[in-house]
Design a protein around this ligand. Structure first.
Ligand SMILES: Cc1cc2nc3c(=O)[nH]c(=O)nc-3n(C[C@H](O)[C@H](O)[C@H](O)COP(=O)(O)O)c2cc1C
Length: 196
C-alpha cells in the first residue's frame, strides 16, 4: 500500500495549516487504498540542520526523517511568514536528503508533492509558486497542479468553513495519489530526477 505523508510546517497548535493538510489527506484516504500519516512540526522537537550525515540525527529528528523516507507521496503545507514559507519548514527542507553526500536517500525525488499555503489574506498567494515551488523543484519532485492557497476568512475557529476551498483541498489530496500511481506505473517519470 502506498503511503501519503502530510507535512504541516507550523509550530502553532491548533494550526490552520494542519487543518488544511488533514482535509487533503482525508480525501485521499477516502478515495484510495492508501496509508496516510501526518508530520505536524509542532509535535516534533527538530534539531537545527547542520550538515551532519542523516544517520547521526536522533530522537524526533530521526523519527521525522524516517517518516519522510518511508513515504511515497507528499502534501506539504505552510503558514505564510513574510511572504514565504515558515522558518521551521525551511529547517526541515535543510534536513531532508537528496541523494548526495548526506545520504543515499532521495525521498522527494520523482515523487508528487501537493502544496498548500495558509495566509492572513490573499496577498501572498504566489508564495506557493514562487517560494514552495522552487524547493520542490530543487528536490526533483513533481508539483501537483498549482497547489491550494487558503486565507483566514475561509476558517472559523481553525475549522474550514468555505466549501469551495474544502473541495479544492480534497481534489489536491486525490490528485496527489493519482499522480503517485502514474509515476509508479511509468518508465520515464520515475527516472527523470533533477539534472544537478
Ligand atoms: C511571523 C508571522 C508572519 C506572517 N506573515 C504573513 C504574511 O506575510 N502574509 C500573510 O498572508 N500572513 C502572514 N502571517 C499569518 C499566517 O500566515 C496565518 O495566520 C496562517 O494561516 C497561520 O497558520 P497556522 O495556524 O498553521 O500557524 C504571518 C504570521 C506570523 C506569525
Amino acid at each position: 500500500m502506498s503511503s501519503l505523508l502530510g507535512i504541516a510546517g507550523s509550530l502553532s497548535n491548533p494550526s490552520k495549516t494542519r487543518t488544511a493538510v488533514e482535509t487533503a489527506l482525508q480525501a485521499a484516504a477516502d478515495a484510495f487504498d492508501v496509508e496516510t500519516n501526518l508530520l505536524h512540526l509542532a509535535d516534533y522537537d527538530l534539531a537545527t540542520a547542520d550538515g551532519r550525515k542523516l544517520d547521526q540525527y536522533t530522537g524526533d529528528t530521526a523519527r521525522a526523517l524516517d517518516l519522510i523516507i518511508n513515504s511515497d507521496a507528499f502534501i506539504i503545507g505552510t503558514p505564510v511568514y513574510r511572504g514565504s514559507y515558515s522558518g521551521i519548514l525551511k529547517n526541515l527542507f535543510d534536513l531532508i536528503p537528496r541523494g548526495q553526500w548526506q545520504s543515499k536517500h532521495a525521498p522527494l525525488e520523482n515523487r508528487p508533492v501537493g502544496l498548500i499555503a495558509t495566509g492572513a489574506t490573499d496577498h501572498h498567494y504566489l508564495s506557493i509558486s514562487q517560494e514552495l515551488g522552487p524547493i520542490a523543484s530543487f528536490f526533483g519532485s513533481y508539483q501537483v497542479g498549482d497547489g491550494v492557497y487558503v486565507n483566514a476568512s475561509q476558517f472559523k475557529d481553525h475549522e474550514l468553513k468555505d466549501e469551495e476551498i474544502i473541495g479544492r483541498l480534497e481534489v489536491l489530496g486525490k490528485a496527489t495519489i493519482e499522480l503517485s500511481r502514474s509515476i509508479d506505473q511509468s518508465t520515464f517519470l520515475s527516472s527523470l530526477g533533477p539534472q544537478f
